[in-house]
Design a protein around this ligand. Structure first.
Ligand code: FES
Length: 59
């Protein structure tokens, strides 16, 4: 997984930002949006955030 990959192009949120949010206790897409702002503009990245979140939770 490329940690520098941008997941949310509106905000510029990267995989690493989302990994950090999960490490800090984010458990849902909503939590991640609240912490990183990802998904709060057009919403196109919400599916990708969810996929990534599932991957990170299963580690
Ligand atoms: S790409 Fe994430 S809100 Fe638009």
């Amino acid at each position: 997984m490329n940690e520098d990959e941008i997941i949310c192009s509106c905000i510029g949120t990267t995989v690493r930002d989302i990994m950090d949010a999960v490490k800090n206790g984010a458990k849902t897409v909503e939590d991640i949006s609240a912490v990183t702002q990802a998904g709060t503009v057009c919403g196109a990245c919400l599916g990708e955030i969810e996929t990534l979140l599932e991957k990170l939770k299963n580690k």
